[in-house]
Design a protein around this ligand. Structure first.
Ligand SMILES: [Zn+2]
Length: 101
């Protein structure tokens, strides 16, 4: 598979997984302190609810989304957050509350 084809396929697989996780139209699932959902529809990212034992940045986009799909099919808990919400979540995980079954 050519690089550009792989990137395009990765983008499609990612959009499909996000819709599978949260429905269509997809929006951020983060629950704010007041109990309402964030609901942002831009810059959506797939988040591992229980952390993950690897750095997604070390994988190319196709390998990454393939791995996310396999995790999803194995029952790993995934969520969809917008970039600002996911940034907060990432900080929480980096601060040592990391767990992964
Ligand atoms: Zn959000």
């Amino acid at each position: 598979m050519s690089d550009s084809r792989a990137i395009e396929t990765a983008r499609e697989l990612r959009a499909m997984l996000i819709i599978r996780l949260v429905g269509f139209p997809a929006s951020c699932q983060k629950v704010k302190p007041d109990g309402t959902r964030c609901g942002r529809t831009e810059d959506l990212q797939i988040e591992h609810c229980d952390g993950r034992p690897y750095q997604p940045r070390e994988l190319d986009s196709y390998s990454r989304i393939r791995r996310y799909w396999l995790e999803y099919l194995r029952g790993v808990r995934l969520s969809v957050y917008c970039k600002p919400c996911n940034g907060n979540q990432g900080a929480r995980i980096r601060n040592g509350q990391f767990r992964f079954a």
